[in-house]
Design a protein. Structure first.
Length: 55
């Protein structure tokens, strides 16, 4: 009856997503329009809908 499985699931779901262009980890997403965003620290320009967490 351990909660280790739940804790590791929470940690995995809170991991930042990868940039869909270059594959680097995303620190944050800056949305400047409905179809325009940039991710940091890589600086790639991507549509906001492409940045999502893996389930």
């Amino acid at each position: 009856m351990g909660s280790d499985g739940a804790a590791s699931d929470d940690a995995a779901s809170s991991a930042p997503p990868d940039c869909p262009r270059c594959g680097r980890r995303i620190a944050f997403l800056t949305v400047s329009g409905p179809m325009t965003a940039s991710v940091s620290p890589c600086g790639c320009s991507v549509p906001p809908a492409l940045v999502h967490r893996e389930d």
